[in-house]
Structures are given as C-alpha cells and as structure tokens.
Design a protein around this ligand. Structure first.
Ligand code: NAP
Length: 257
C-alpha cells in the first residue's frame, strides 16, 4: 500500500464519530492501519472501520474507556498484538459538560478531567514506553480545543482539561524530543460533530457563532483530519511543541454575547 502513512500504525481514540472518525479514515486512505477505539457505540466504530478499509487501509476495533488505565494499556497492547507495531497516537476522545462554576459537582469534574486529560496522559505514557523500549520514533497528536487558550464561560471543567493538555503537550515535546517522538496539539474551533448537536439546532446561537468566525462557516471533521495527517506524516517530522488552530480564525475574533 502506498501513501503518506504507508506501513504505519495509528491509534485514534474516540474514533467512532466526529473528528476521530475523520482522522481514522484519512489516515487509512494514506496507507495506515488504524486502531479504532470506542467506548459505547460498537456500531459507530464498525462504520469507521469499514470506511477506513474502503479508503484502502486496515482497521481493528478495540473497546477502551480512555479514563481507565487498564483499558489504555490494552489499547497499546492490542495494536502490537494485532498489527505488530504502533507509530502514531491521536488522543482525540473528549467530552464537555456545561455548568456555572458554582454548580460544578465533583463527579462532573472527575468525569471531564479523567477523560480529556488523565486519559491522554496515561495512554501517551503507555504508548511512549513501548517506543522507548524498542528505540523507535513516534508521533503524539492531541485533539485539544481553542479552549486550551480561549475562555468558555460555564465550561470551566472543559477549559481546565484542555488548558492542561496544552501544558502537557509542551512538556512532553521537550521530554520526548530526544527519543524522536514529536508531540503537538490540534485546537479545533467550532466543528460540525455530534458534540455540537444542541448548539447547531439553536438558530440564534448558531448565527452568533458564525458571525464570530472570519471564514464564515463551521469546520468539518475533514478540515481537522488534514492537519492531523500533516503532523503524522514525514512533512511534520520537524514540528513539535506546537498547537495548530483549526478554527476559521475564531480565536482571533471571538466576542462573548
Ligand atoms: P464526538 O463526535 O462527540 O466524539 C467524541 C468521541 O469521544 C466519541 O466517539 C466518544 O465515544 C468518545 N469518547 C468519549 N469519552 C470516551 C472515553 N472515556 N473513552 C473512549 N472514548 C470516549 O465529538 P468531536 O467533536 O468529534 O470531539 C472529538 C474531540 O474534539 C474532543 O476531544 C473534543 O473536545 C474536541 N473538540 C471538538 C470541537 C468541536 O467543535 N466539535 C472543538 C474543539 C475540540 P462514545 O460515543 O462511545 O462515548
């Protein structure tokens, strides 16, 4: 199989829908074998796998809740057991919960931080330990958010998780650089995926949002997947420690209503 990721194996967490699904399919179209991680929706993961295979790559399904350390270890182990190696990790699984700061519960805090930050932290650890032992290079790509940098009132847990992901990425770029492992974030703005279903159904909220986006439209999961491919491919070999905003210019032009 030819392509920019020929012979590579990539884990993409939360790849049953939205951005993760588009990344898995795009990687497969460039010759990668992909580990499709899902938590609840086997049917959606199967759809990703069949589209990835139709695009020309190989795909395996692994059920793993990224907030569970045993599951994250198993995700890496399955990549090696079933596909023989693992070169690229995309920490994409994520959730958000809305609440005014004073209403945030401990349970909501733990859920958001455990999935968005702890999950990426320990899955990356499991991934790089294998690379270190095998003396192989690798790529870590995190789906962060414009909210690693930009305020999002009533989503303090989400901001804390994505802000944490920004500093985790910067720290690991330095710590893992000598192992030839690059670490970068992609910070999407408003992308049309299930996470935004409620907002997209609210006409006035959607119009207000679009007015803040210089390019005048929401992004697509494929817009994000193109940047992930760049970071995973040889073209991205000398890029580490950076955040790539994929937001139509939103972060430069946002005004809270
Ligand atoms: P999405 O369609 O809701 O996808 C999120 C995926 O994460 C789902 O497939 C979900 O699987 C999975 N997931 C959630 N918790 C998980 C867990 N504990 N273990 C494993 N998988 C889990 O939304 P999306 O927009 O593509 O979001 C992907 C990433 O992009 C997230 O990190 C999000 O914060 C980030 N992002 C999105 C936007 C946007 O506008 N869409 C903007 C900025 C950043 P289940 O359905 O099985 O739970």
């Amino acid at each position: 199989m030819s392509g920019r990721l020929a012979g590579k194996v990539a884990i993409v967490t939360g790849s049953g829908s939205g951005i993760g699904q588009a990344i898995a399919i795009r990687f497969a179209s460039e010759g990668a074998s992909v580990v499709v991680d899902y938590r609840n929706h086997l049917d959606q993961a199967q759809e990703t796998a069949s589209k990835a295979e139709a695009a020309g790559g190989k795909a395996i399904l692994v059920k793993a809740d990224v907030s569970n350390l045993a599951d994250t270890q198993n995700l890496v182990d399955q990549a090696y057991a079933q596909l023989g190696r693992c070169d690229i990790l995309v920490n994409n699984a994520g959730i958000e919960k809305s609440a005014a700061f004073w209403d945030v519960t401990e349970a909501d805090y733990d859920t958001v931080l455990d999935i968005n930050l702890k999950g990426a932290f320990f899955l990356t650890q499991a991934f790089v330990r294998r690379l270190r032992d095998a003396k192989q290079p690798g790529r870590v790509i995190n789906t962060s958010s414009v909210h690693e940098d930009m305020v999002f009132p009533n989503f303090s847990t989400y901001c804390a998780s994505k802000g944490g992901m920004r500093m985790l990425m910067r720290d690991l770029a330095v710590e893992l650089g000598p192992l030839n492992i690059t670490v970068n974030n992609i910070a999407p703005g408003a992308i049309a995926t299930p996470i935004n279903t409620k907002m997209m159904a609210n006409k006035s909220q959607l119009e207000a949002l679009l007015a803040n986006i210089p390019l005048g439209r929401m992004g697509t999961p494929e817009d994000v997947a193109g940047v992930a491919l760049f970071l995973a491919s040889d073209d991205g070999a000398y890029v580490t420690g950076s955040t790539y905003f994929v937001d139509g210019g939103l972060i430069r032009n946002y005004h809270e209503q």
